[in-house]
Design a protein around this ligand. Structure first.
Ligand SMILES: *[C@@H]1O[C@H](CO)[C@@H](O)[C@H](O)[C@H]1NC(C)=O
Ligand SMILES: *[C@@H]1O[C@H](CO)[C@@H](O)[C@H](O)[C@H]1NC(C)=O
Length: 436
C-alpha cells in the first residue's frame, strides 16, 4: 500500500518535471571533424546513421544519457563522465570531462528533474548534484558500497522513473559458475532496489540492504523500464557449457544456453523472483527433447532434472542466441519496441552478436507490455545495425576487438534519434541513428 501511495504521489509530482523542455537538434547528415567509422557495418534499409563522436579522447563509452537541457552525458569506463553539447546542425560542439574517476566502469543515470546524477564502479555507487545549466557535478556521496567483485564487473544503475527516490542496481555472478549466488543473500547474480531517501551514513551495504527485485540472474547488464514502469532485463548466460547425461558429456556451448530477456516486474512491489542461475538455464537450439525457451539443468541427477525447473525457476519471456551478449536495452516512447545492443563474445566461433536489434512489443489489455513473439520463438527481433562479416569478428578482451562493439543506447529527448556507442578502449565511437 505504502509503495502504491508513494508511486501515485511521485507520478503527480513528476508531471511538471517531465514536461520540462530539453533542447532537441536535427539529424546531422555528416559531422565534418569526425573520422569515418572504423569498422564496416550495415543498417536496415529503413534506418540511417551518422557518426558524431570518436577519437582517442573517447574511451570505452558504456552508457549514454541525456540531461534535461538536451546535452549528452557519457560514462567512459576507466575515465569518468563527460558532457557533450550540440551545435545547430546536430553535431557535437563541445566535450568536457565533468567527473574524473578511473573506477567508474559502466552505470550512469539521472533523476527525471535532472538534478541528481548516479554512477557506479564494480564495488560502489555514488551520487552527485548536477546542474544542467552549468553542466557541473558536485557533492559526491557514496550511496551503495561493498558490492562483490568477480569476473562480471559492471553494475547497471537506473533511477525508477515513476518514483525517483528509488534506484535499481545490478551485480553479476563472480564467476561462470557461482554456486553461492543461488541464494539472494550472496548479493550476486541479482537486481536490487534501494530507497535513496534513507541512505545511511557511508552508503547502503549492497549484500544486506535493499529489496530483491530478482535473483538467479547470471549477469543482467541490460536493464530497462517499459512505459508502465516495469523492469525488463537481458541476461548474459554461461560460457563453455557441456551437458552431462547418463555419464556422457556433450559440448553444447556453440548454441546454448540462450541469452535471456526476463520480466522482472514492478520495482515498487519487488517480487524477489528466482530466474534459475546457477541451476536452471535456457535452451536456444534443440537439446534432446528441449525446445527454444525451455529450461534445463546441465547435469541432471536423481534429485533434480529439467522438470524440476518448471514452477521453481522463472523462464525468460524471450531468448536470443548463445553469446550474443546483450548489454543495454531501452524502450521507445510508446513501448512498441525494445532496442538491445548485442556486444558479442569471445566464446563462440563463428562469432555472433555485434549488432543492435529491435524487439517488437505490444500493450496488453491489462496495460502491461509484452513481446509480440511467443516464448519459444527464435525470431523475436529484427536487426537494425550489424557488423559486416560478423562470423569473423574477434574479441580478444572486453574492449579489444576486430569489429565494432555496440554498447550504449539512448533516445534524445524527442524520442526521434537513437544514440549508439561502440566501446573500444583506445577509440570509442558514437553514432546517431534515426528512422528514414
Ligand atoms: C543434483 O542437481 C542439482 C541441480 O543441479 C544440484 O543442486 C545437486 O547438488 C545435485 N545433487 C547431487 C547429489 O549431485
Ligand atoms: C580497439 O582497441 C585496440 C587496443 O586497445 C586497438 O588495437 C584497436 O585498433 C581498437 N579499435 C579501434 C576501432 O579503435
Amino acid at each position: 500500500m505504502l509503495w502504491q501511495t508513494i508511486t501515485t504521489i511521485a507520478v503527480v509530482l513528476l508531471g511538471p518535471a517531465l514536461a520540462q523542455t530539453a533542447k532537441t537538434y536535427p539529424f546531422p547528415s555528416s559531422c565534418a571533424s569526425i573520422a569515418a567509422s572504423k569498422y564496416q557495418f550495415s543498417l536496415d534499409s529503413t534506418w540511417k546513421a551518422t557518426k558524431i563522436l570518436g577519437g582517442s579522447a573517447l574511451k570505452q563509452p558504456r552508457t549514454i544519457i541525456f540531461d534535461t537541457a538536451g546535452n549528452l552525458l557519457v560514462l567512459q569506463a576507466t575515465k569518468g563522465v563527460s558532457v557533450h553539447t550540440f551545435d545547430a546542425s546536430g553535431c557535437i560542439a563541445s566535450s568536457t570531462v565533468i567527473i574524473s574517476n578511473t573506477r567508474l566502469n559502466h552505470g550512469l543515470t539521472l533523476t527525471p528533474d535532472g538534478k541528481t546524477l548516479y554512477a557506479s564502479s564494480e564495488t560502489t555507487a555514488w551520487s552527485w548534484s548536477y546542474d544542467p545549466a552549468t553542466m557541473k557535478a558536485t557533492n559526491q556521496q557514496t550511496i551503495v558500497k561493498s558490492i562483490s567483485t568477480g569476473i562480471h564487473s559492471t553494475r547497471t544503475i537506473l533511477v525508477v522513473p515513476q518514483a525517483p527516490n528509488y534506484i535499481i542496481l545490478q551485480a553479476g555472478s563472480n564467476g561462470n559458475w557461482d554456486y553461492a549466488a543461488g541464494s539472494a543473500s550472496a548479493g550476486r547474480a541479482i537486481v536490487k532496489v534501494f530507497d535513496l531517501s534513507k541512505v545511511p551514513s557511508g552508503g547502503y551495504d549492497y549484500n544486506t540492504a535493499g529489496a530483491v527485485l530478482g535473483y538467479g540472474l547470471r549477469n543482467e547488464v541490460a536493464l530497462a523500464f517499459d512505459p508502465a514502469g516495469n523492469v525488463w532485463g537481458a541476461e548474459n548466460s554461461g560460457d563453455d557449457f557441456r551437458r552431462t547425461m547418463n555419464g556422457q558429456a556433450t559440448d553444447i556451448h556453440i548454441d546454448n544456453p540462450a541469452e535471456e530477456l526476463n520480466y522482472l516486474g514492478d520495482p515498487l512491489n519487488p517480487a524477489g523472483t528466482w530466474f534459475g542461475y546457477p541451476t536452471c538455464f535456457t535452451a536456444w537450439s534443440a537439446i534432446q527433447s528441449l525446445k527454444t525457451g525451455d529450461q534445463f539443468v546441465v547435469t541432471p541427477n536423481t534429485s533434480f532434472t529439467d522438470a524440476n525447473c518448471v514452477g521453481k525457476s522463472t523462464p525468460p519471456r524471450l531468448s536470443f542466441p548463445a553469446h550474443s551478449a546483450p548489454i543495454t536495452n531501452i524502450f521507445d516512447k510508446d513501448g512498441k519496441n525494445m532496442y538491445i545492443t548485442m556486444h558479442g563474445s569471445w566464446d563462440r566461433n563463428p562469432a555472433i552478436g555485434y549488432k543492435v536489434v529491435e524487439v517488437p512489443f505490444a500493450k496488453l489489455a491489462s496495460g502491461l507490455y509484452d513481446p509480440v513473439a511467443t516464448r519459444d520463438s527464435q525470431k523475436g527481433w529484427n536487426d537494425i545495425m550489424w557488423a559486416n562479416n560478423v562470423g569473423s569478428c574477434q574479441s580478444q578482451s572486453l574492449t579489444i576487438s576486430s569489429c565494432l562493439r555496440l554498447a550504449a543506447l539512448a533516445w534524445d529527448p524527442s524520442y526521434s534519434k537513437l544514440f549508439v556507442s561502440s566501446d573500444n578502449n583506445s577509440e570509442g565511437e558514437i553514432w546517431v541513428l534515426a528512422k528514414k
